[in-house]
Design a protein around this ligand. Sequence first.
Ligand code: ATP
Ligand code: MG
Length: 504
Amino acid sequence: MNDNSGVSGNKLSPRIIPRDAHTMSRQQVSPNALRVLYRLKDAGFQAFLVGGCVRDILLGRTPKDFDVATNALPEEVRHLFRNCRLIGRRFRLAHVIFGQEIIEVATFRSSGAPSLDDEPSHDEEAESDDRESDSDESVVADEEPIVASEHRVLDAGGRILRDNIYGSIDDDVWRRDFACNALYYNIADFSIWDYVDGMADIAARRLRLIGDPVTRYREDPVRMLRAARFEAKLGFELDAASLAPIDEHGGLLANVPPARLFDEINKLFLTGHGRASLPVLRRHGLLRVILPAVEDFLVRHPGSPVEKLLLNGLANTDLRVQSDKPVTPVFLFALLLYGPIAAYIETLPRERWDDPQSILDGCDRALRQAHQRVTIPRRIALGVREMFALQPRLENPRGRRALRLLEQSRFRAAYDLFLLRAQVGMAAPEVARWWTDLQAASPEQREALASRLGSGGGGRDAADESDALGAGGDSAGTGPDGRRRRRRRGGRGRRRGGAGARVD
Ligand code: ATP
Ligand code: MG
């Protein structure tokens, strides 16, 4: 253990692990990242790979992206690369752009620099729905600041834009979150610089905050979500000292800007380990802070079909990520909010469960509630609504109209949700099969399939069942808590009950 790792601004010297004493090689590094590193080095600067890419390579995993740290100032980086733009207001980062791949180059931060989370990453920008705010970036990129000294940048009028925010690698390391994320791969001699015993943590599969955990969580509560994310993604265990304060300090996440929580939720659930993220978040009491209504539903309906639907849906999403298929927050939020939506509908009088408007009201209410903590961009919220609004029409396909449904932009997501519902007993499997067959069919076969329906539903008397989220209303087969329902309307065992999930 490093006795002094709690001291920010510490000038300890690193343990330098030479190239033949570690397993990382340039073959595992993206050629574009190598280009950036070499150009910086050839211009006389220090250049290191740092963060998740070093960690992942040492673990034998493929890094998501490559981050470079250097003593070159952002303006100096820009002069070295034509394909470079500077982003960020308080702390400027250089993005070197190679088609789809962006190599982020950050100047070493000093102890006075804004924290690492302070500026949006390119992922976050891409996901942001708030187009107006993007203009900040172009304004910044166009202005020409004056570099007065290594630590002072002035605007044309002499106003200090940034002061004392750039430092050396000895400063930079203490700003990072976990020791396993604070390893630096030096392009000059292929050694790894380890100030905080990060190599030992990687070997032990341990997540350990650098410095005093309470202080680090207070500085940036999102580090608690990052801890959960790395636990789920890497299968690492949080060390006792980093785990202990989460219980008491988890609530601090309620003060984090909701847009940032939206980005973090996407990273937790849409990057290939979403199924694993859910139980970790719940174990740490963090789901309760970021999405209270979701946690509330899961607590009240343990083992329910809705919980199964959520877990199956997350597992499917992980498979899509693993096979490079696109994934969307629309589908994710439909899964997460299914419980709260269904729970709301069951608070309505029974005669309204069948009303499509009830489904939309349930969506709006659940989205509004979630929006109090997490920014849900408008286009995402609309998508969730559309997915739910299509459920009754999927449940009750009617002749030619069913064919038109195939053309709807949200059809595929709605169908995927419908399949999940059928898997857990919340929709009729034969109807789900009918839709699957319909999509695989040729145009002529489609006509035949559709006309076989007539005005009825896929194999059952769905004509009068225009409700049907079927999470288990009073007369449905199974409630969200997995219990069989006793009463059956008219004794026919039809699924009814709107989006209704029983909340009792
Ligand atoms: P991945 O890219 O696999 O999700 P990562 O570790 O690379 O994981 P990023 O969010 O890309 O995570 O951040 C890159 C590095 O920046 C981290 O490894 C860490 O050193 C540092 N970092 C990022 N966010 C924070 C934060 N909130 N507090 C402290 N350090 C951070
Ligand atoms: Mg990264």
